[in-house]
Design a protein. Structure first.
Ligand code: FES
Ligand code: FES
Length: 166
């Protein structure tokens, strides 16, 4: 990637939710601003902008990352997944989204996209978690509404359902 001056823009090409995507970003533009303002995907929320609350959690090359701690130029050539791509090409919600709905795991919904992305990656890596594992995963996210109980129920329910159908 060529070295540019601070006010010049990079052309950033990457894979977004399985499809090619591209846009312009100044060298210090955060990934949160790039995805929301340049690309137009607003599912990823932004609150603390310090890597603390988890609202901006997405996946980069399949691993959870905080969009507010990453420059847009750092995703050039990489795979980014956001909550908008969680259901893929299906018209309905995923089992995880449905379980959140059923278990009242969201209220205002501000924290939900980040938590869904963390949970999706968590269940890939830990298909048979216990409650302690789920609590540990959720400890990286701040939710001011729900008290987390519904989320824990939802995640355990999805893990159990997936395991019983294997
Ligand atoms: S906005 Fe990124 S962690 Fe809070
Ligand atoms: S549902 Fe409101 S912050 Fe979590």
């Amino acid at each position: 990637m060529p070295v540019l001056k601070a006010d010049q823009k990079h052309y950033v090409e990457f894979t977004l939710n399985g499809k090619p995507a591209a846009g312009y970003a100044e060298p210090r533009m955060l990934l949160t601003d790039f995805l929301r303002k340049e690309i137009g995907l607003t599912g990823m929320h932004v609150a603390c902008e310090h890597g603390v609350c988890g609202a901006c959690t997405i996946l980069i090359d399949g691993k959870t990352a905080r969009g507010c701690l990453i420059f847009a130029v750092q995703v050039a050539g990489r795979k980014v997944d956001t909550v908008e791509g969680l259901a893929g090409d299906r018209e309905d919600l995923t089992d995880l989204q449905l379980a959140f709905k059923k278990n009242h795991a969201l209220q205002c919904g501000f924290c939900t996209p980040g938590i869904l992305m963390s949970t999706a990656a968590f269940l890939e890596a830990n298909p048979d978690p216990d409650e302690e594992d789920v609590r540990d995963m959720l400890s990286g996210h701040l939710c001011r509404c729900t008290g987390y109980t519904g989320m824990i129920r939802a995640v355990l329910e999805v893990a159990a359902a997936r395991n019983s159908s294997r």
